[in-house]
Design a binder for this molecule. Structure first.
Ligand code: XLS
Ligand code: NI
Ligand code: NI
Length: 435
């Protein structure tokens, strides 16, 4: 393997190590609740941030040092970046990765030319995956960068644009399938509106649903049986995005008969932009049987932008892992670091520091969440809180067999119901005991 990073493979050294280039808590083979950490957490590297993120912001140019990259959109440069990325995955002990089609491979003048380069890139990825025993967590199409998609892709007012998006998605699904991808993501970065003044919302939503139905048909026709995921985000880049949060996505999927084919890919910073906690978004998805995968990052709560920071907050990772463990763990999904280093962390080695920080934070989150569940006090409190529903009448209501008259008779013939304390602060302190 080439040597683009002057970094050894990162090893678990335990919590007393002072070596910043080591894992303090992520010990891939350590077994927690019958499963290795590696299988619980299923970490993935995001190609777009790691290899294509320049650190540019609206006020200044890129800062990231990428000595391997010649800055051109040549096929040779695209292929070279793959080697760099796989060296990073191997050295950081990350088992999965995710891509956008246009980040791994450049767009050319015609669809045929673009696809030809993409095929070569995918062939090389196939080799690298085999050689280094890495897997594709999911692929996706970039339907938001090219100017043609400025007013939407599957929700564009223009049929010609819609057709381009269809061509791109068809090819991206084919490539994901070729690479044994365990999922495929739809993130509607321009699927929404800037203003309702010029928008036919009903038509756009109908078109989006038709688009996704065609994607489902295509997936079946090629025998790709991994799940599709929708990734909610309320705004940025558009003023309002149709996939605004978990609840809006689930409503859309149900309305258009797509629930059987889709799960959700939940991202922390998108949850907070939607005015929710990550935990809320995960719970809504999990309760609908639609918790698919996670884009692991964090934001600055008071800032209102999708800053995609690396997740290092132990309360956050604990809550995320509590929701994941309670939902039975990941199947096809995982923790994709859809996160970028701050533009001040511009050296190649910072890519390692950032991922190590995220991986250790999630390893701790996993251990803490598991300890809370094994301890059982929080869960016991919750079941006691709802225990009146275990009665005959409670069961009847839950089964949908009770009447208002029956409940009225029950209320009339019993003393004023006892309402107990919710004990929120006591429980919060109980959680702190484990952190
Ligand atoms: C952007 C999204 C994007 C998706 C993949 O905010 O998070 O990166 O994860 O298209
Ligand atoms: Ni994302
Ligand atoms: Ni994001």
């Amino acid at each position: 393997m080439a040597d683009y990073f002057d970094v050894p493979q990162i090893q678990f050294e335990g919590s007393s190590s002072t070596n910043p280039l080591s894992f303090k808590h992520y010990n891939p083979e350590e077994v927690i609740a019958g499963k290795s950490m590696r299988d619980h957490l299923r970490f993935a590297g995001a190609y777009w941030h790691s290899m294509r993120g320049t650190g540019a912001d609206p006020f200044g140019m890129g800062t990231m040092q990428m000595p391997w990259d010649d800055g051109t959109d040549s096929e040779a440069n695209a292929l070279k970046r793959l080697d760099v990325f796989f060296e990073f995955l191997v050295k950081c002990q990350i088992d999965f990765y995710c891509w956008h089609d246009r980040d791994i491979s450049p767009e050319r003048d015609t669809i045929a030319e673009t696809n030809a380069v993409l095929d070569n890139v995918v062939s090389r990825l196939e080799e690298l995956q085999k050689e280094h025993n890495k897997s594709l967590l999911w692929g996706t199409a970039c339907l938001f960068a090219h100017p043609r998609y400025g007013q939407g892709a599957a929700t564009s007012p223009y049929l010609g644009v819609y057709a381009h998006a269809a061509a791109q998605v068809r090819k991206a699904i084919e490539c994901t399938h070729r690479l044994g991808g365990e999922g495929y993501v739809f993130w509607g970065g321009r699927e929404g509106y800037m203003s309702l003044i010029n928008t036919n919302m009903k038509k756009e939503l109908d078109h989006l649903a038709a688009f996704l139905h065609m994607a489902v048909d295509y997936k079946k026709s090629i025998g790709f049986d991994a799940p599709f995921y929708i990734e909610p985000k309320p705004q940025e880049p558009t003023t309002h995005q149709y996939d605004s949060d978990s609840a809006a996505c689930l409503n859309f999927l149900r309305e258009y008969g797509l629930m059987d084919h889709f799960k959700l890919n939940i991202e922390t910073n998108h949850a907070t932009l939607a005015g929710h906690t990550m935990r809320h978004e995960l719970r809504v998805a999990a309760d609908a049987g639609a918790l698919g995968s996670i884009d692991a990052n964090d934001g600055t709560a008071n800032c209102g932008w999708d800053t995609d920071e690396f997740p290092t907050d132990l309360y956050l990772t604990t809550e995320v892992m509590l929701e994941v463990l309670r939902a039975g763990g990941f199947t096809t999904g995982g923790l994709n670091f859809d996160a970028k280093r701050r533009r001040d962390s511009f050296q190649p080695v910072d890519l390692f520091h950032a991922h190590i920080a995220g991986m250790d934070a999630f390893a701790r989150g996993l251990k803490i969440a598991n300890a809370i569940l094994e301890d059982g006090r929080v869960d016991a409190f919750i079941s006691t809180r709802y225990s009146t529903w275990d009665s005959e009448l409670g069961q009847k209501v839950e089964a949908g067999n009770a009447t208002l008259e029956e409940l009225e008779a029950y209320a009339a013939s019993n003393p004023e119901p006892e309402v107990l304390s919710g004990r929120q602060e006591m429980l919060e302190n109980m959680i702190n005991q484990f952190i």
